[in-house]
Design a protein around this ligand. Sequence first.
Ligand SMILES: [Zn+2]
Length: 708
Amino acid sequence: MTPRRYLITSALPYANGLKHIGHLAGAYLPADTYVRFLRSNKRDVVFVCGSDEHGTAIPIQAMKEGTTPQAIIDKYHGIIKQNFEDLSISFDIYDRTSSPVHHETSSEFFTYLNDRNELTTQASEQYYDEEAKTFLADRFIKGTCPNCGYDSAYGDQCERCGKSLSPDELINPVSTLSGNPPVKKPTRHWYLPLDKHEQFLREWILEGHADDWKTNVLGQCKSWIDGGLQPRAVTRDLDWGVKVPLQEAAGKVLYVWFDAPIGYISATKQWAMNKGVDWEPYWYDKETKLVHFIGKDNIVFHCLIFPTMLNLHGFILPDNVPSNEFMNLEGDKMSTSRNWKIDMQDYIDDFVKKENGGPQAVDMLRYYLTQIAPETKDSEFTWKGFQDAVNSELVAVFGNYVNRTWVLMHKLCGGKVPRLHESQLDDADRQMLAQFKLTANDIADDIEHYRFRDGLFKVIDLARKGNKYMQDKEPWIKARQVDAAGVVTEAAQQQIDNCLHICLQCCANLAIMINPYLPNTAAKMLNMMKVVDKMLDWENAGKTKLLSVGYSLRAPELLFRKIDDSEVATQVEKLQKGKIEAAVAQETTLSAAPVFAEEKPEIIYDDFAKLDLRVGKVLHAEKVEKADKLLKLEVDLGYEKRTVVSGIAMHYTPEQIIGKQVVVVANLAPRKMRGIESRGMILMAEDAGGKLHFINPEEEPNPGSTVS
Ligand SMILES: [Zn+2]
């Protein structure tokens, strides 16, 4: 049964930074393909998304960039929205959660649940900054990591050793706002008692959707439910977000996980307002099919928590949540902090905005990301794989077939769609014609069931079959069968006509079938065929008479270009370089990168042998008056006692060094320092931070022992 209408959502990207192609492949591209397919089926569909602009990471990013949270969300909302547009993701609305409509919608949602006693409250203790007069989110507390000793670990994680932490575990915690140690203060929060809804979730998901949800999604849901659901805090002490609409909750905002998915509802409202239509059927009418496209890190929110909220509020529940697994990159997990990623912006700059780029470059990426979509397990993006997919499938199979068909039609059929001579059809012709409908049905079934990769494979497979059909028919050989006047014989021309007629109808079908996946390619083919957009309606897929006989067609355009080896090398190099830069930057912030003093000019052994190095023992040490850096030492060299003045007073107190074994340059010419004659010099090591360390013999040889 066909739903009356569809509401399709893609996970709201967090507006604190650029988004990479792993995100694109996970939640946006498959949704766009699905939506384009529905639209071509003339279904009533709304595709909503927008920026998630709340949560602590926004003010933290603002601190990092030295600006305001508002400036951060404005910047990244703008970039991300444009990136999606540049990659042909066709949202009906790309909204943002900082909008007044969203704040209002989220407040109302909270009030609705709270008024009906669906929320509970609980007191707890939380860190508070008395100078900044605010409670502190975990990220706003820094201290020493109990695991590795790093002195700038955050309250939620140590960025050096990677260990997850709670603020209570930090040694000497301080607030990042004031620099003062935080104090514990009592606070109270509102909770969604998920534990009370276990039965509902169990029945709805594990029984109700056992057959139509992906196994990876079901598996995660089951393990959450079996693990025991806990009440989840809905509010937090923070000043960035949707204010909790209660007088007693001053200074509190809704937790970002609570307000973000409500963003789908507010975006729908905003879209409806813009269009002058009613939003409510999309969220209340049971005949609406709601589908959430997400990555696997979002399953718990979209399958357990948000549906519980929707259910309590009387909204419809998602029909499916086709979550994807992760896409890795060149043998490693994509990571923003390690800069192991390809941002959408990178691809747009390096391919789409290049002279040989444009819409075809958009479709090349869409093709490869769908071909390796992590639908059932993690997958891997490699630049070599991208090159192979483009060169050996898009160029060599799809593009080549369309191009050959057009070239031959212009050469052998006068640039017009030739007649089909029914009486001359053979089995191969009939099989090829029958293939259109079979393929169309298969692809529709794949897309309806979120198997986008399989569907795309079938499009390419039809082009492959078309290529083989043409290769077997050899119209260019038949064109050599000429009569005495040099004209192609009627029998031969009929066979040429049939072959190219069928190939042209096949290409028209390919345009319809590729359209949900590669809309820019379909548009180019429409132009070559001189037909209107309506031809791309899915109801035309499988038809054998899409192009009228005698209709003249335009010259072929190149659909795709090849990717050179040099482009692959450039991209791989760029990735490696970015990773090293990130590692160096990380190292610099964690502990100053070592700076090595330049090596001195080479000497010969005789130069070295002139040094008389001896083990000494510090008998006495005292500060030198009016000289901050100097200590006056009495050193036992075994055969005599010496006075040595050493510039180590900034690093050691006299008490620290009495009794220490040291290495002394014994034959250094005496010199006077602050009126004291120094006879010799103590060897010290100086590290990158400028700190001095004694050079000690490991065991204690007698004073006076030589060193060489
Ligand atoms: Zn650590």
